[in-house]
Design a protein around this ligand. Structure first.
Ligand code: GLC
Length: 536
């Protein structure tokens, strides 16, 4: 198994919040460059950077006006070239974010498209006539406010489609010129040395060609995400999404060793189809968000491992994600006590892990006061808990002012959080029992023990509050066990026969030597996780 992205640990950077080198309270490319030593020390292999292209920032960079440039807020193309070169010198690959579903409404393409009905770029976006009563062409809803996804344009007398904000008009990928122009953007960055792309909402790019209404969602109730009033049957994961996937993959395959990661929130059997076939491959890694959207419980996590192992096609490779820039942090969803177990899981289960910046410290979502809210989702659908600011707060580097993210006296774009003086890189580095020390140790063990990368993965038990899974073949010298106690109580777990009398603890999430290994069982402390191997 030689593909780098199968062996790699990916680290997701939200660039506004990682490190501010320019002193304006917002992170930037120079800032990321300054922190490469930290990333190398931690042991990660690749960084994925959320969008840094020129943007009016209506959706903080997911509204792009020029895909082949860098927003001055983040730096310049020269800074990106420099970051890529420096990252590579640190043995770190660089993955950028590609936003294919929409552009900014200030993108020159959209300005042209909007200028008249017969503009050559009119068909680059979805323009439709109103229904006879003047209402929008169908019932599709915008993700951010649950209102119509169609915006009326007075000057040309038609509606345009926007799946997200009205500042984010959807591109028409069925137009071959759009397809070519967009794929050329991938080539532009690949030639500059970028190692791969995470493809934003890839599964929404192809909509039903007949623009049929979405069925009403019978399960929707007031208080739920307003955009779920109708299902998304005709607006996501449609049959011909696989065409799009293949265009992306074929373009990546024009170059050597590139990775493509698709963003989609799907069940595991649905996800499996986004790998394509060996003859017609699609995404290398269709993101697996199941642990973001389901309960952190022994039975559920065990069932997900078994289901993923059964559904990932033979030519495919699993991947797991615990947090990202859109959903509450793992240590908030599962609770701080379970944060370490989450990362023991992420770094020992089979598949490529993606670590969200700051999660390695055990950072939780940070409450953001109403008058500091930035995220359009919270502003448009207030009070439903959809706002994403709390998961995008600055990285904490030290116990000093602004946690070392930006200079003293400058207000960071989001608060650093009350616990930043105790929970930060500098403090955690000095503590051999910190979560950061645990994550670093796990990354090292993963490198030292091939079985943690390429060994098989089998759930042995997931009843009660303890999940136990095995890496590698029973009875082999290299096989390992992972045990996670999901409860706040002490739990005892039986070990499989090949570990009787020969189990040895490689790592406890408590990062200490105290443990109760018996001949054929082990006692787990409250919320403890263990990595065991067989004594040599
Ligand atoms: C994806 C991004 C999210 C963004 C949306 C629209 O879900 O992760 O941050 O707002 O797409 O581009």
């Amino acid at each position: 198994m030689t593909e780098w992205w199968k062996r790699a640990i990916i680290y997701h950077i939200y660039p506004r919040s990682f490190m501010d080198a320019s002193g304006d309270g917002i992170g930037d490319l120079q800032g990321i460059r300054q922190r490469l030593d930290y990333l190398q020390w931690l042991g990660i292999d690749a960084i994925w950077i959320s969008p840094v292209y020129p943007s009016p920032m209506a959706d903080f960079g997911y509204d792009v006006t020029d895909h082949c440039d860098i927003d001055p807020m983040f730096g310049s193309v020269a800074d990106m070239d420099d970051l890529i070169a420096e990252a590579h010198r640190h043995s770190i690959k660089v993955i950028l974010d590609f936003v294919p579903n929409h552009t900014s409404n200030e993108h020159p393409w959209f300005l042209e498209s909007k200028s008249s009905r017969d503009n050559p770029k009119r068909d680059w976006y979805y323009w439709k006539d109103p229904k006879p009563d003047g209402s929008p062409p169908n019932n599709w809803l915008s993700r951010f406010d649950g209102k119509s996804a169609w915006k009326w344009d007075e000057s040309t007398g038609q509606y345009y489609l926007h799946t997200f904000l009205e500042e984010q008009p959807d591109l028409n990928w069925r137009n071959p010129e759009v397809k070519e122009a967009m794929l050329d953007i991938l080539r532009f960055w690949f030639r500059r040395g970028v190692d791969g792309f995470r493809v934003d909402v890839s599964y929404r790019v192809m909509k039903d060609a007949g623009f049929a209404d979405n069925p009403v969602n019978p399960d929707w109730k007031p208080g739920m995400d307003p955009s779920f009033r109708v299902t998304e049957q005709n607006t996501k994961n449609t049959a011909d999404i696989h065409l799009f996937n293949r265009w992306i993959r074929e373009t990546a395959d024009e170059f050597e060793d590139k990775v493509t990661i698709g963003e989609m929130n799907l069940s595991l059997p649905q996800l499996a189809r986004h790998y394509g076939s060996p003859e017609r491959p699609e995404f290398h890694l269709p993101f697996n968000f199941r642990l973001i959207f389901s309960a952190w419980e022994a039975r559920n996590v065990g069932a997900l491992i078994t289901e993923f192992e059964a559904t990932v096609p033979e030519h495919g490779w699993p991947n797991w994600v615990l947090s990202n820039h859109d959903q509450p942090r793992f240590a908030t969803r599962a609770g701080r006590e379970q944060a370490r177990n989450g990362y023991l899981f992420l770094l020992t289960v089979r598949g490529t892990p993606t670590i969200y910046y700051g999660d390695e410290l055990g950072m939780q979502s940070v409450p953001v006061p109403q008058d500091k809210v930035q995220d359009p989702w919270e502003l448009l659908s207030p009070g439903l808990g959809l706002g994403r600011d709390p998961v995008r707060t600055p990285m904490r580097w030290d116990a000093g002012p602004n946690a070392g993210f930006c200079p003293a006296g400058i207000e960071p774009w989001l608060p650093v959080g009350d616990d930043a003086s105790s929970l930060n890189v500098e403090t955690a580095k000095a503590d051999p029992a910190s979560m950061l020390s645990m994550v670093k140790t796990l990354i090292r063990l993963r490198r030292e023990h091939e079985v943690l990368i390429s060994g098989s993965c089998t759930v042995l038990s997931s009843t009660g509050d303890v999940l136990q899974y095995r890496r590698g073949e029973p009875g082999s010298d290299s096989t390992m066990l992972v045990l996670l106690n999901f409860s706040p109580d002490e739990k005892s777990a039986d070990l499989p026969a090949d570990f009787h009398g020969s189990a040895e603890i490689l790592l406890s999430t408590e990062m200490d030597g105290a443990h109760a290994l018996r001949d054929s069982s082990v006692v787990l402390r409250p919320n403890e996780g263990l990595l065991l191997r067989r004594k040599r």
